[in-house]
Every structure is written in C-alpha cells, then in structure tokens.
Design a protein around this ligand. Structure first.
Ligand SMILES: *Cc1c(COP(=O)(O)O)cnc(C)c1O
Length: 416
C-alpha cells in the first residue's frame, strides 16, 4: 500500500499521441480493460491516418505502376514516386538514393548479395557487433562463408554498450564493411554512430546502419550519420508491413549490380542480353509493394508531426518511470544499463521462464515479447535463455507501465 504514496510523485506521463488515433488500441478490450501494447519494438500499431490513406488509394487510385498508358496507372506511379520523395525528405537523402524493399531484412540482404558480393574479395572483413538483430547478422555470416570473407563481431561492455575500446582495434585496412545497429532491439542500447562512422571511414570501410529500431524513436538522420547504407522497416515506424527502405549513396548504388532480376528493373531485354535500369529501379524487380509504400509515406507524415526531441524526451521519462516501478518488483532484473537507450527494456524474473510470464501477461491484456528477440548471439553472451521485453511507442504512457507492474505482481504470485 505504501507504493501508492511513493510511486509516481512526478505525476502521470501521457502518451505523445493519444491512443484514440490508433483504431486497434481505441477499440481493444480484454476482460473489460483496454489492451496494453508494450511490443512496439516488434511492430507498431497503425494510426487511422495511415489506414485511411491506404484505403483511399485502393478505392480510388489503384493500378499497377510504371506502365502507365492510362491515367489511373499514371496517378498510381506518381503516388508511389511521391512516397519515395517523402521518405527521402524524412531521411535527408535524394529520391534516387531510396530503394523500396519488403523489409529492413530485405534491405540488408540486398547490400550483402549485391554490394558485398561484387566488391569484397576473399580475406576482406565485415565488422558487426554483438548487439545486432539476426537481420544484420545472418546475411553477413552467409556471404562471408560463401565468399571467404571474414566476419568479425565487436563485443559489448558490462553495461550493454558497444565496447569502444575494443571496437577501433577490430578496424584495419582489411575491414571493408561495418554494419551496425543504431539502436539495439533487445537492450535498447543506442550506439554512438557519430563517433564510430568516421572511424570506420578512416579505415577505408563502408558503413551500413540498421535503423529499424532507431527510426521510430526519433533517431534516423543522414545529416548526423554520414553512412553509406541505411536500412529501415515500415511496420515499426507506424506504417504497413511488407515495406522496407534501403538508402544507399548515389555513387555506390550506381556501381552495384542488381540482386533480384525480372520486370520493372530493366531498360531493355534482348535474347542475347539485358540492360538494367538506373537506381533505384534497378533494385526494385517485379511489382513493388505499391499500397504499402503509399501507407509508409502517410506514416512518415504522421510521425513527423512529433519533434524527434520530444520522442527522445518521452522515451526517457517512460524509461525512468519504468525502471523505478520495475525496481520494486521482487526478483526482477533489468538487463543492461547502457549509457543511452531508446524506449526498450529487457528483464528477467527470478525462477520464472520468460515465456510463462509472457503468456500470463497476455491473458491480462498486456502485450510484451519474450524470448531471444532475434538476437541469439547476444543472449548466449549474456548467458540468458531469453528475456521479457517491454517497448514503448508514441501511444505509451505511464498507465501502461502501471498495468504491466500490476500484472507482473500477479504473475509472480501465480508462478513463484
Ligand atoms: C525488426 C528489426 C529488424 C528487421 O526488421 P524486419 O521488418 O523484420 O525486416 C532489423 N534490425 C532491427 C534492429 C530490428 O529491430
């Protein structure tokens, strides 16, 4: 009972954008209470504005693109290319440097199978870190095995930060690619890219930034990161699933061979050979996710209503609040204390398997993720069989954390 007086003296933290803007959250109900969605790091809920824009496109403007001899197809092509300009504006890139893919995973696979395969030689090194999502791990491991490149994995410190003493020592003239997450999906660690990217360039390497997790937390800006490639995924940025972004510097994209082949990426096809289109079309073989690209543009318009600094501040307040409240749950351990983190917290509960906790929380209407979080090498390093992860979005407020803590108490009573 003492909890009530000592708990949120600082008052409640409201969502940055009200839950009502997100139909699923507005309409949700588990046993008479609203769903508490603390799984935005896996995927974000969609604002009505995104759903409406997509619906309008399918109801009034839909046709396949780039073959427009009739007005509907012309208009669909224009809407798709306008979506590319929106993404370019968001990232401060040129539209020709923005490739639409199906996901961040596909964006990274594209660089691995096109850039790395074409420009790296046997013995060249690819440097990643222990904080990487499998999407920024497995493709590099596979191309390294296939072509005789060497994969190096930078360690992390006790706090869950990238080890900045070890990192520079792993860079050498053999390092040709450095592929790092901007924010780790498991521990929430923000990596100091503004320091690291110049070091990598100094060593002569190209840099790919995995911004899938950083972007929804207001951290994706090519004015701050002079990276060569950047991967994003639409569904974590309040947009539709099935759409991803690859940014690549113009000169690199221009030199890269296509990865997937087929229609829409060619200039001319003859029986004895094919000329490929210029980037970005060269990398968009087949019918792209047209409606999803348009939905992503709507999501970016929606997202840009909020100042990135306000998102960072909101995350920080929620983190402080959650760390404080979770600290009162007996047997609960938060994993990692990185110097800077986005709104993601991983924790364990003594004597309770994360999956058991997760299903009981689910029955209480609390959505969290449990397990390896697509980062098995990191979990192995930490000696954990998994964690419970709560992650925040624009619609998260301190009430969500209160409901989580209340449900965790219940879980503890049942499973202890
Ligand atoms: C989710 C995630 C990815 C992969 O995104 P997909 O949409 O599944 O392709 C890559 N990196 C990080 C850090 C992520 O959180």
């Amino acid at each position: 009972m003492a909890k009530i007086t000592t708990a949120p003296q600082s008052g409640t933290i409201s969502p940055l954008i009200p839950r009502e803007a997100f139909p699923l959250l507005a309409n949700s109900d588990v046993a008479g209470r609203p769903v508490i969605y603390l799984d935005s790091a896996a995927s974000a809920q969609k604002p009505a504005a995104v759903l409406q824009r997509q619906r309008l496109f399918y109801e009034t403007g839909y046709a396949n693109i780039h073959r427009g001899v009739y007005p509907l197809s012309d208009a669909a092509t224009e809407a798709y290319e306008a979506a590319r300009r929106t993404v370019a504006g968001f990232l401060h890139a040129a539209p020709s440097e923005i490739v639409f893919t199906r996901s961040a995973t596909e964006s990274i696979n594209l660089v691995a199978n096109s850039y790395a395969t074409a420009f790296l030689r046997e013995g060249d090194e690819i440097l990643i870190s222990l904080l990487e999502h499998h999407a920024n791990f497995v493709p590099w491991q596979a191309v390294a095995q296939r072509h005789g490149f060497k994969l190096r994995v930078a360690p992390i410190s006790e706090s869950g930060d990238l080890d900045l003493e070890a990192f520079p020592k792993l860079l050498s003239s053999r390092t040709k690619l450095v592929c790092l997450t901007a924010a780790a999906n498991t521990l929430g660690t923000v990596t100091p890219l503004q320091r690291i990217i110049p070091m990598a360039h100094q060593a002569g390497a190209k840099v790919l930034v995995d911004a899938a997790q950083a972007a929804p937390h207001g951290l994706a800006d090519l004015q701050q990161w002079d990276c060569d490639f950047l991967a994003l995924t639409g569904h974590k940025l309040y947009g539709p699933d099935g759409i991803g972004i690859l940014f690549g510097k113009a000169d690199l994209l221009a030199a890269m061979p296509p990865w997937q082949l087929g229609g829409d990426m060619i200039r001319s096809v003859r029986i004895d050979g094919t000329d490929y289109a210029e980037p970005p079309q060269r990398f968009e073989a087949g019918t792209p996710p047209i409606g999803a690209a348009i939905g992503l543009a709507a999501a970016i318009d929606f997202f840009r209503q909020v100042d990135p600094a306000a998102i960072r501040e909101h995350d920080q307040r929620l983190l402080d609040y959650a760390l404080d409240r979770l600290g009162d749950v007996p047997g609960l351990t938060v994993i990692g204390r990185p110097a800077e983190r986005v709104g993601i917290l991983s924790f364990t509960m003594e004597g309770i398997h994360p999956h058991d906790a997760g299903s009981l929380l689910g029955a209480e209407g609390i959505c969290v993720r449990t397990g390896f979080h697509c980062a098995q090498p990191l979990m192995d390093h930490l000696g954990l069989s998994g964690t419970i992860r709560a992650s925040f979005g624009l619609y998260t407020g301190s009430e969500d954390i209160d409901r989580l803590v209340e449900a965790l108490e219940k879980v503890r009573q049942i499973l202890r």
